[in-house]
Write a new protein. Structure first.
Length: 368
């Protein structure tokens, strides 16, 4: 069984955090065996913090770039009787943070609901095996548990992605769950008609600030969450380090002995950073793009540039290889963004004398 699980872990395209960082999680769980921790948690809050932000002494890799205070508040919120709501612009690693927190606290980040206009209560709570339902009537055997049901039964963290994309009546399914920690199942008789949440159960929801208002949450539901806003990375050097670490990991997972040159990494991070913030490193104001230039897209652009150079150019990636990914990231929402991007090239990139920046400027012809 162990060999088959190992084989499966190697073959899946993207490992969940509990598999990707199994060694680190096992180390922290073992360390906390005699440490006081919230009921139902696998490790103490301090160890959850170390797992997310890293710890050199324990050889725990940093996974999230952000304020320690924000992560502390997130961890404390999950130890209370209220849920945690992570909001922020696209690409601020809300989903990644919720996955890391769930894997550290519950050892399982897979109890996830992906919110959309088509999400129904069945996707959240439970549905029925209709063959058994017709043959035997409503029973625990004919009930098909959804992520919320499983999370409450097993005392684990439930992740609810993009909650504001769901219709209001579906969102309000969580009201009694968050306030009373009980899921009513009126179809079942007697004591089976209610499922009470086991200790350790809680909910992490995420929402994009750009989508707020699509289906704005009710005031009653908002009161049952602690809200935390995740900001884009403010420090350019930390952004460069993150892109370097994540692209290296992607190349390794792809079985390629590749790394982006330092100069290309700097150009990639600086370009995304400046276009996102609407200001250059020299202080020159830029007209902001209508789209969000996220760090996640910068990582994908760097990965694509490395693959392009490896498979077609037979050399290391250059600034020229970044242009196609840059175009795809910037021109998503409005045709006017092309003019703003060209303005950035002609008035900012062109003035930088370093060879790598001049290579990027010369490659602008590929933008049109």
């Amino acid at each position: 069984m162990k060999n088959s699980e190992t084989k499966q872990a190697k073959e899946i395209q993207r490992k969940p955090a509990e598999l990707e960082y199994a060694r680190e999680l096992a180390l922290l769980v073992e360390k906390d065996k005699k440490t006081a921790k919230p009921k139902g948690w696998r490790m103490a809050p301090d160890s959850v913090l170390k797992f997310v932000l890293g710890d050199k002494a324990l050889n725990i890799t940093p996974k999230f770039v952000g304020s320690r205070n924000v992560i502390e508040r997130c961890v404390v919120a999950l130890a209370t009787n209220r849920g945690l709501m992570l909001i922020g612009e696209p690409g601020t690693a809300k989903s990644m943070l919720s996955e890391l927190l769930a894997s550290a606290i519950s050892g399982d980040s897979g109890l996830t609901i992906q919110g959309s206009a088509g999400t129904t209560e069945d996707h959240i709570k439970y549905s029925w095996n209709y063959a058994l339902l017709l043959a035997e009537g409503p029973s625990e055997r004919s009930l098909v548990p959804a992520p919320l049901y499983k999370g409450m039964r097993e005392g684990k963290i439930l992740r609810f992605e993009e909650i504001t994309r769901c219709p209001l009546e579906v969102q309000d399914t969580l009201l009694s769950v968050l306030s009373e920690k009980v899921l009513n199942i009126p179809e079942l008789p007697g004591k089976d008609s209610a499922l009470f949440g086991a200790v350790g159960f809680n909910i992490i929801a995420t929402a994009n600030t750009r989508d707020r208002g699509v289906n704005e949450m009710s005031a009653a539901l908002k009161r049952r969450f602690n809200f935390e806003t995740l900001q884009p990375i403010a420090d350019l050097q930390r952004e460069i380090e993150l892109i370097k670490r994540e692209t290296a990991k992607l190349f390794q997972d792809a079985g390629l002995n590749l790394n982006l040159p330092e100069s290309v990494l700097e150009v990639l991070a600086t370009t995304f950073h400046e276009l996102r913030n609407g200001r250059t490193q020299e202080g020159q104001a830029l007209e902001p793009l209508s789209t969000v230039m996220s760090v996640a897209e910068a990582i994908s652009t760097g990965f694509a540039a490395g693959l392009h150079a490896h498979y077609y150019a037979e050399s290391q990636a250059t600034a020229e290889h970044l242009v196609h990914g840059l175009l795809g990231s910037a021109i998503k929402d409005s045709p006017d963004d092309m003019k703003k991007l060209m303005h950035y090239f002609n008035n900012c990139v062109a003035k930088r004398s370093e060879e790598v920046w001049q290579n990027l400027y010369e490659a602008r012809r590929n933008l049109v």
